[in-house]
Design a protein. Sequence first.
Length: 127
Amino acid sequence: MPLVRIDLLEGKTAEFKSQLGELVYESMLETIGIPEEDKFVIVNDLKAEELIFSTNYLDVDRTEGIVIIQITMNEGRTTEVKKALYKTVADKLNSQLAIRKEDVFINLVEVNKENWSFGNGIAQYAE
């Protein structure tokens, strides 16, 4: 059910990007209770002129190491569960990929269940 889009500046290895996606997926498994094998991750390499961001919005010191993660998922999780997701992602990316926590930007987009089709032209979650 979650669709993850990750944007970062070009230059990272395929292994780095694969591990990045895997760590976000693991974080979702641990914190928001997604089903096993529900893994849909898109990683985009962008040129410097294509990734425009504030280096100090809300007094967070961001660098060119910024990783922007957008997760589209079903609505209904509590604020506490979402906070746990943000923390888990930032902690994992920091400890396993040396990404600064300040450079982990996460945006959740919540949708109704009927807004998904996983193939065959069927809305599998619609009742």
